[in-house]
Structure formats: C-alpha cells, structure tokens
Design a protein around this ligand. Structure first.
Ligand SMILES: NC(=O)c1ccc[n+]([C@@H]2O[C@H](COP(=O)([O-])OP(=O)(O)OC[C@H]3O[C@@H](n4cnc5c(N)ncnc54)[C@H](OP(=O)(O)O)[C@@H]3O)[C@@H](O)[C@H]2O)c1
Length: 221
C-alpha cells in the first residue's frame, strides 16, 4: 500500500520533529512545516542526518501552508496559543484530508492542571475552524518528546485516538504503529478533552517523580 505523504505543521519543535524522524525511518515522505522556510530546511537537514544512511532521505522543509497543500495527511504540532492563526494559514490545504492534532491546551504557569479550552478541546476547536471537509483526529498527546529521536528506544505509551471519522482514526492508528506504538480507538472527537487533559496529569506525575517521560497503558485490550 502506498504510504501517504505527511506534513508536520510545527515540525521544527521537539514533538513534531521526533514523530517526523520515526515516520521517515519507516519509509514515509515527510514535509517539515514552519513559519520560517529557513528553520524548516535546517530542521529537515538535521533529521536527515539522524537517519541511517541506507534509508532514502525523505524529509524536506516547507512553509506551513506549502507543506499542508502538498501532503496527504497533516499533523498539527504547534503550541495551543498559536493554533488558531496557524489553522487559518493551512485551512485550504486541509480540505478533504485527515488532520491529526497533537496539540495540548495548557494554561501556563499551571501546566500540570487540566485546562479545557472554550471549545471543549483543542482538537474540537480545530475541527470547527477547518470545517467539516477536514477530518480531524486527536492523537499522540500523551507521548513525551523525550525519547522520540532515539530510534532504538521503544516508546512506553499507548496512543488514544479520538475522532468522528473511522477512516481518519485508522490512519492515525497506522501512524502510531509505524512510530512503534499501539493506537487505540478512544471514541468520538469530543473525548479528546480527556486525552488532552491527561497530558497535564502526566506533566504533574513527571514533576513529582523527577522523570520526564511518563506515559499511559490501556490494559485488557
Ligand atoms: N513536547 C512534548 O513532549 C509534547 C508531548 C505531547 C504533546 N505536545 C504538544 O504538541 C505540540 C507541539 O509541542 P512542542 O513541544 O514541539 O512545541 P514547541 O516546540 O513549543 O512548538 C512547536 C513549533 O510550533 C511553531 N510555533 C508556531 N507558533 C508558535 C508560537 N507562537 N510560539 C512558539 N512556537 C510556535 C514553532 O515552529 P516555527 O518557529 O518553526 O514555526 C515551533 O517549533 C504542543 O501543542 C504540545 O502541547 C508536546
């Protein structure tokens, strides 16, 4: 089966670049989106240098809008505070496509307290902004960026996938598998407030236990 081309919006950041590396290592073509073409190209070059030499280098840089236009699947990995402005820039490129939101709404300085944004969750707000032709799913909120770039390091976390379109959720579950994790269908997009909120809980667990990569496991499945 042909693998979709992925755009990582905010792919210069820790989370997006870590996911990009894992997907490129599995043979996906990945476009790193940024507000700055220079930062995108630099991040793409750094990620290419981290891939084993035998793997074809399939990571390149672009503007956020250019990456969204060119990709089949769009991964949104930007701070919640900048989500609205960035979604307006990539809206056209998201129509008819799966959009995977990794965004966690946090309210500094109390980032270890669950905070629900006015629209219920960041992913529901993204769905509203992009319109119904974009298939928004929420996933990957509970994995820490800490170990994503250590390809030999398995990520000890399950991925809760929520959304209102079954095929889009399957795409995200396949992307979780490709990145070495187990994706689990966790229901409709309205449930994303729980997976997003869990990240604040995990940040608190990290602080209290002096670790930086706690995660979650769903048992019995
Ligand atoms: N880090 C983690 O461990 C982790 C874990 C789970 C979920 N998340 C969530 O995933 C998303 C991305 O996380 P991250 O740690 O990669 O975030 P980040 O490094 O703070 O930001 C990612 C990218 O977003 C872009 N950006 C756009 N508007 C911005 C603004 N106003 N201020 C700063 N950067 C802006 C920047 O790219 P350009 O400057 O190149 O445009 C930046 O490199 C967030 O919503 C976060 O809550 C993070």
């Amino acid at each position: 089966m042909t693998k979709p081309t992925l755009a990582i919006i905010g792919g210069t950041g820790e989370e997006g670049s870590g996911l990009a590396l894992r997907w490129a290592a599995e043979g996906y073509s990945v476009l790193i989106g940024s507000r700055s073409r220079e930062r995108a190209d630099a991040a793409a070059a750094e990620l290419r240098s981290m891939l084993p030499p035998e793997l074809p280098a399939r990571i390149s840089g672009d503007s956020n809008a250019g990456a969204a236009n060119a990709a089949d699947v769009i991964v949104l990995s930007v701070p919640y505070s900048s989500q609205t402005g960035i979604l307006e820039q990539i809206r056209a490129g998201c129509q008819g496509k799966t959009v995977v939101s990794v965004v966690v709404p946090l309210k500094p300085p109390r980032v270890s307290r669950v905070w629900r944004p006015p629209g219920g969750s960041a992913a529901e707000e993204a769905q509203l902004l992009l319109g119904e032709e974009a298939r928004v799913v929420a996933a990957f909120q509970n994995i820490s960026a800490t170990h994503l770039k250590e390809l030999e390091h398995a990520v000890d976390c399950d991925i809760l996938v929520t959304g209102d379109n079954g095929a889009a959720k399957q795409t995200a579950i396949e992307l979780a598998r490709a990145a070495g994790m187990r994706g689990i269908d966790a229901g409709p997009l309205s449930n994303s407030s729980v997976s997003e909120g869990l990240t604040a809980v995990l940040i608190g667990i990290n602080i209290r236990n002096e670790v930086n990569g706690s995660g979650i496991r769903i048992t019995g499945v």
